[in-house]
Design a binder for this molecule. Structure first.
Ligand code: OFO
Length: 172
């Protein structure tokens, strides 16, 4: 794996860990708002982001000696409303989509085709990540100020299945 691609992949580990951190902060925020379903949804998202970071880590280790960790910046811990928190999640996912697209461009430029192939999973995943956040935003916008509506959305968010433990993580 050439150094330029390795550096960029290390950077992406940091992005994924920051994503995990951000969603963990959102989970706490929703707890404080007494929305346990949204808090659960965000906690599952936090674990999913840890798995994204692990995917990069394992890929680097398959091809080289080590990955490099960097400081994770402090996430925002408060949003004006639940709707704003989900809008912030969507904005963040759009940023991650851009990061992944930049990585694909880089691997193409560097003719690192196995890394490019590896990134395909993330290209597909980002479509889903953005769609999930958009759907929740639409639902919350649709109910407006109806607190009963918010109660039902929260119940639905609470049904998000938990993450399966990462088999890659267990294998190492
Ligand atoms: Fe939310 O997809 Fe990774 O960061």
């Amino acid at each position: 794996m050439n150094q330029t691609v390795l550096d960029a992949f290390n950077e992406q580990i940091n992005e994924e860990l920051y994503s995990a951190y951000l969603y963990l902060a959102m989970s706490s925020y929703f707890h404080s708002f007494n929305l346990p379903g949204a808090a659960h949804w965000m906690f599952v998202q936090y674990k999913e982001e840890l798995q994204h970071a692990e995917k990069f880590i394992h890929f680097i280790l398959e091809r080289g000696p080590a990955y490099k960790l960097k400081e994770i910046k402090e996430p925002t811990n408060h949003w004006p409303s639940p709707l704003d928190a989900f809008k912030a999640a969507l904005t963040h996912e759009k940023h991650i989509t851009q990061c992944i697209n930049n990585l694909v461009e880089l691997t193409l430029r560097e003719k690192d085709f196995s890394s490019m192939q590896f990134l395909q999973w993330f290209v597909d995943e980002q479509v889903e990540e953005e769609a999930n956040a958009s759907k929740i935003i639409d639902d919350i916008e649709r109910i407006g100020n109806d607190s009963k509506g918010l109660y039902f959305i929260d119940k639905e968010l609470g049904n998000r299945p938990n993450m399966e433990p990462s088999s890659e993580a267990e294998a190492n």
